[in-house]
Design a protein around this ligand. Structure first.
Ligand SMILES: *Cc1c(COP(=O)(O)O)cnc(C)c1O
Length: 400
């Protein structure tokens, strides 16, 4: 076996940590050890004949970076390996991954069933944009399986969910919703942003497609926007066809940042989970706290499912302070170390008031239905020393 083929076979059989560090890098004749960034928009051919052969697909290889780019390809091959998929297609953002999946899999007259607890902008894509092109959507409570079942009809092509949900950490049984989807020949798409493949692999639980905002934990340090769609070869070919035509391509520089992020993914996700669990347990016992939402706590209603479906509970928790919106704002404003920002999945701990930011677009009624109360605060726990994070939260608690 040739050296490169032998190496690939070893990597394919390797564990997630190893794949996250090495998969997808096919060294160039320069012998570089770290993955190179190909900042080129197009590629040169040896002859007019070779150009024609590349363009008509007779000869494999790069044509133009909206189609393929070697650095982006490393990220795609690495993500496909981590999620246990045939292939992956990188996109310019997480929203581009969701939109491209919909454009590839849906047509006029199709129906979508979506968890009511998904990233706010995802609901805008379904409600405002796909609706314009005759795609109907029904939103269901994520853990009400009878609702999922009864919402699925003859025209349903796609079911969409996020687990754990943001910000209340509800856990959806992926296998159960996959079975509901497949009974009607529909696809299940899972947004795996909060767990990443280091903690949860939805395809192994029956999902057909995984989408990510690479902007969050895959990057891990809040630097770049990006996304990725992961799934079977057929689905990836459809998605790639849309991206080549419509253009929401990942930049090679961003791909390189994500490649570097993936190298520490498992270490970081384990550490985020450890820190969040310690903080959730500590917060529960603080005066001034009404309730803590984190699936790692034994009293969380889906704790057992989370323990089965995930290999860690993740880095995001939410809490209710005793009091109203003013008390929640005083808590946030009293912190000095934490960053007041809607981003998450960063080594820096972030804090945000969902009711007036990430979920501010919802009506009061919608907020009430999905549990976004005025006294709710979300914390995406970073990797600073846990005692320093606690001290900062004590400043918040004292202000409630
Ligand atoms: C941030 C986020 C998105 C959107 O990703 P962008 O990279 O910001 O476009 C989608 N889903 C979830 C769960 C997110 O947190």
């Amino acid at each position: 076996m040739a050296f490169d083929d032998e190496r690939l076979a070893i990597l394919q059989a390797a564990e997630l940590e190893t794949q996250a560090i090495r998969m997808g890098h096919h060294r160039t004749p320069e012998g570089e050890h770290s993955e190179p960034i190909f900042t080129t928009s197009s590629y040169v051919f040896d002859s007019a004949e070779a150009a024609a052969a590349r363009f008509n697909g007779d000869q494999p290889g790069n044509v133009y970076s909206r189609y393929t780019n070697p650095t982006v390809r490393i990220f795609e091959e690495r993500m496909a390996a981590l999620e246990g998929a045939d292939d992956a297609v990188a996109t310019s953002s997480g929203m581009a991954a969701i939109m491209s999946t919909c454009m590839a899999l849906l047509k006029q007259g199709d129906h979508v069933v979506c968890s009511s607890s998904v990233f706010g902008t995802t609901t805008v894509v379904f409600n405002k944009y796909l609706a314009k092109f005759g795609v109907d959507v029904t939103f269901v409570e994520p853990t009400d399986y009878e609702k999922w079942q009864s919402a699925v009809g003859e025209n349903t092509r796609l079911l969409f969910l996020e687990t754990p949900s943001n910000p209340l950490s509800e856990i959806v049984d992926i296998r159960r919703v996959a079975d509901i989807a497949h009974a009607k020949d529909a696809y299940l798409v899972v947004d795996n942003c909060f767990c990443t493949p280091a903690l949860q692999q939805p395809l192994s639980l029956g999902a057909d497609v995984v989408v990510h905002s690479a902007t969050k934990f895959l990057d891990g340090q809040g630097r770049c926007l990006g996304g990725v769609v992961v799934g079977s070869q057929d689905i990836c070919n459809e998605v790639l066809g849309f991206i080549r035509s419509a253009g929401p391509t990942m930049s090679p520089f961003n791909a390189w940042v994500f490649i570097k992020g993936l190298e520490t993914l498992k270490l970081r996700m384990d550490a985020h989970s450890r820190q969040a669990l310690a903080l959730a347990q500590w917060l529960q016992n603080q005066p001034g706290i009404e309730k803590v939402f984190y699936s790692g706590l034994p009293e969380h209603p889906q704790h057992a499912l989370a323990a089965r479906q995930q290999s860690g509970f993740g880095g995001v928790l939410a809490l209710q302070v005793k009091g109203d919106k003013a008390a929640a704002w005083r808590f946030i404003n009293a912190t000095r170390l934490l960053s007041i920002t809607a981003n998450l999945g960063d080594v820096k701990t972030t804090i945000v008031h969902p009711a007036t930011t990430t979920h501010g677009r919802l009506s009061d009624d919608q907020k009430a239905r999905c549990g976004i109360t005025d006294n709710l605060i979300r914390i995406a726990v970073g990797l600073e020393n846990i005692e320093d994070i606690k001290q900062d939260l004590e400043r918040g608690l004292a202000a409630v």
